[in-house]
Design a protein around this ligand. Structure first.
Ligand SMILES: Nc1ncnc2c1ncn2[C@@H]1O[C@H](COP(=O)(O)OP(=O)(O)O)[C@@H](O)[C@H]1O
Ligand SMILES: [Mg+2]
Length: 309
């Protein structure tokens, strides 16, 4: 699929000397929902701000819809809508005016018919004449999204759209995001909830300490999540998995003195006890047994720990 955003070897060191991004490369596909998952301080907001041209990179380059975000800033920025992490609205302004004003900032001609469509989509139309200060927290977040959509962007960035919101509002937010995707908008959102990324993203990028650790299809990533490996070291040398053990997901270890068993920790039965008996029945002798988590599991356990700290 074609990339709409292309990030190459991006680095950001802030003025004080702190390096928030080391070397990030990332391709964002047109029409996808990409979740950037990582703990606080991982560099999510810095990455988004740099793509949006708000923060200047220290190295690397970025294109949005083929436009360089530095040399062709206006063209790149006009394709992007940004919903910031913090609510930053004028309390006395009316909803419709707020959204109209945002559109004007991009130099676009007034288009109330389009803005009506945006407000209706966000269930804000009946609030168009309400002042921002009269709205609930959830409504204010919707206004932020309406502002971000006011200039018909093709790409929408949502920075922690559901941090600190209740479960119901979180689900509303997911519905909104799905609706926007159906309209062809490419969506990038940041989150530190694994469940949220799993629920709405087509792909998940894991970011930690200024690096993207992996970017992968959500379904494939989740399927790998619960997997664990057991290495059975043997006295004998094996070159192939014995025929009698072919019903197990086994591989021969690189040393040819071990069998590696991959199993699902979430399954009712892991099959370990039966495997041990069958290995002995195949005439092999156990030397030692060791289990290891998939590297992905380690990454997630690490993330959760950092989050709790
Ligand atoms: N303007 C800034 N000056 C110096 N350091 C910053 C600035 N903004 C963010 N940082 C630091 O960069 C790191 C990444 O921050 P941020 O991108 O906001 O992470 P996240 O959004 O993943 O929580 C943090 O350690 C943060 O303190
Ligand atoms: Mg942030």
């Amino acid at each position: 699929m074609a990339s709409i955003v292309s990030v190459t070897d991006l680095g950001k060191t802030y003025d004080g000397g702190f390096t928030a991004l080391n070397s990030v490369s990332l391709e964002i596909e047109e029409g996808e929902i990409l979740a950037l998952l990582g703990p606080n301080g991982a560099g999510k907001t810095t990455l988004i701000s740099t793509i949006c041209g708000i923060t200047r990179p220290t190295k690397g380059h970025i294109t949005v819809g083929g436009h360089d975000t530095i040399t062709d800033y206006r063209a790149a920025r006009s394709l992007i809508g940004l919903v910031p992490q913090e609510i930053n609205l004028e309390p006395f302004e009316k909803v419709m005016n707020t959204v109209r004003f945002s559109r004007g900032l991009f130099g676009k001609a007034n288009d109330d018919a389009y803005l009506e469509q945006v407000l209706r989509q966000l269930s804000l139309w009946d609030k168009k004449d309400a002042r921002v200060m009269e709205l609930s927290g959830g409504m204010k977040r919707r206004v932020l999204i309406a502002k971000a959509l006011s200039h018909n962007p093709r790409i929408l960035f949502l920075d922690e759209p559901t941090a600190g919101v209740d479960v119901e509002l979180r689900r509303d937010m997911w519905e909104i995001v799905r609706g926007l995707k159906a309209d062809g908008v490419t969506i990038i959102l940041t989150t530190h909830y694994i469940e949220e990324a799993e629920a709405i993203a087509d792909r998940i990028g894991v970011i930690s300490k200024g690096d993207i650790l992996l970017v992968e299809d959500t379904a494939a990533l989740m399927a790998r999540m619960g997997q664990k490996q057991m290495v059975v070291e043997l006295h004998e040398t094996v070159t192939a998995v014995p025929e009698s053990l072919s019903s197990y997901t086994l591989e021969v270890g690189a040393d040819q003195k071990s069998l590696i068993y991959t199993y699902d920790t979430h399954a009712n039965r892991t099959g370990i006890t039966r495997l041990m008996a069958d290995i002995q029945a195949a005439g092999l002798t156990l030397c030692d047994v060791e289990t290891r988590q998939s590297s992905l599991e380690e990454i997630f356990v690490g993330l959760v720990k950092e989050d709790a700290a």
